[in-house]
Ligand binder design. Structure first.
Ligand SMILES: Cc1cc2nc3c(=O)[nH]c(=O)nc-3n(C[C@H](O)[C@H](O)[C@H](O)COP(=O)(O)OP(=O)(O)OC[C@H]3O[C@@H](n4cnc5c(N)ncnc54)[C@H](O)[C@@H]3O)c2cc1C
Length: 379
């Protein structure tokens, strides 16, 4: 039985581990947190990610977690509607629904598919051998090492010392889940250099986030109170939603990204996956989706080729260009969308959003969501 050691039990690492387990590999997932779990409230899965999950055998499970066929509305900070994208039309043009899910539930779905002895929590990897050896853990030698340890990847630092370093994107984000729902549509509000997103979850709660330009590391003693003050001039449903969110549920993280990607995502039998390989700005909500695509492609390559370097060469060839394009699209979507700050540019942006036909607006997302996973079939 072949053995993979996966560093990092985030969405990407778990999806890769589950897929490899399903094709008959032994897997060991090493996670630094004391318990496997998810930070970050909700996550939106685009049709490309749902297809990746289908390939990995989780499509139906994840569809049960998400509210399908949501329409999306975009409005300005003062509450003026700019445009509405109809849910049925989104589904038809993108070839599937956009599914917002609770991160913890997605994690649970993946975790439940792994044997308990595959999971090693509370283990912070500082360095790892090509055979998967880490001090203090006695495991059989690994055929494959997967670095799925996020944007500050230790595996990347060890095997790709010259790879680009994470950079602050100039943005900070607050996220939470409110036990309350105002409507059934996704509502995005664009201001000057900031956006607020309100995303209904299937269980009647709402995942919301606010992202804005801010100096790195800035923090307030009470982020909940800060947001209520900061957003007081935005349309009142936003502050109503925040007011109905428990104070301790509000998370704040600065957003970093990798300004470039390593020349290769593989080095011998070591592969980078997810944010470790290509952390991107979250404007398109694709970072996790790309990690799931990575996992599906890695598993398909390992199923098709017994020889690990051959499988990894295929993985690298399929993933580098695609993730570069999506990262670029995400960066541009933010830069020329919500994070425009110049008042004249903001007025032009809002007018453009009002005038752009719905079909064309949805089509701008097609190049991102048009992706089909390879079939996972043994050699
Ligand atoms: C505000 C915001 C909103 C977002 N919204 C979306 C969205 O709607 N849709 C979407 O697809 N993406 C979204 N993303 C991006 C998404 O969250 C990430 O791309 C995704 O979580 C990456 O998954 P990953 O498994 O590669 O890395 P991570 O989720 O970062 O997981 C890495 C794991 O490795 C562990 N780890 C790290 N170092 C070590 C170590 N040395 N030893 C052992 N374990 C280690 C960490 O504890 C963690 O569990 C958003 C991001 C932000 C910031």
């Amino acid at each position: 039985m072949r053995h993979a050691v996966v560093v990092g039990g985030g969405i990407g690492g778990l999806a890769a581990a589950v897929g490899l387990h399903r094709i008959g590999w032994r897997v060991s997932v090493l996670e630094q947190a004391p318990e496997f779990g998810a930070i970050g409230a909700g996550i939106t899965l685009w049709p490309n990610a749902v297809r990746a999950l289908d390939a990995l055998g989780f499509g139906d499970g994840v569809r049960d977690l998400g509210s399908a066929r949501l329409s999306a509305r975009l409005c300005a900070a003062d509450g003026r509607w700019l445009t509405t994208l109809d849910g049925a039309r989104i589904e038809r043009l993108l070839g599937g629904p956009v599914l917002p899910v609770h991160r913890a539930q997605l994690h649970r779905l993946l975790l439940d598919a792994l044997p308990a002895d595959a999971l090693h929590a509370g283990l912070r990897v500082r360095g790892i051998g090509r055979d998967g050896s880490v001090p203090g853990l006695d495991l059989p030698p690994a055929d494959l090492v997967v670095g799925a340890d996020g944007i500050n990847s230790r595996v990347r630092a060890q095997y790709w010392p010259r790879a680009p370093r994470p950079r602050y994107a100039g943005l900070t984000a607050w996220r939470a889940i409110a036990d309350h729902r105002r409507g059934t549509d996704i509502v995005m509000t664009w201001g000057r250099g900031a956006e607020f997103g309100e995303i209904p979850l299937v269980d009647g709660r709402t995942y919301w986030f606010f992202a804005a330009r801010a100096p790195a590391g800035e923090r307030n003693p009470d982020e909940h109170a800060h947001l209520l003050r900061h957003l007081a001039s935005w349309h009142p449903s936003i502050t109503e939603l925040i007011a109905r969110t428990p104070r301790e549920a509000v998370l704040r993280h600065d957003i970093h990204h990798l300004p470039g990607r390593p020349d290769s995502y593989v080095d011998g039998n070591v592969a980078l996956l997810g944010d470790a390989a290509h952390a991107m700005t979250p404007s398109l909500g694709q970072g996790g989706c790309q990690a799931l695509e990575d996992a599906a492609v890695l598993v398909a390559a390992c199923a098709a080729h017994h020889d690990v370097p051959t499988a990894l060469a295929r993985y690298d060839a399929e993933r580098r260009r695609r993730t570069r394009l999506v990262a670029r699209a995400s960066y541009l979507a933010g830069r020329f969308g919500p994070y425009l700050a110049n008042p004249a540019a903001v007025a032009a942006r809002d007018l453009g959003a009002r005038l752009l036909p719905q079909r064309l607006a949805i089509r701008t997302f097609q190049h991102v969501s048009d992706w089909t996973p390879p079939r996972i079939a043994a050699e």
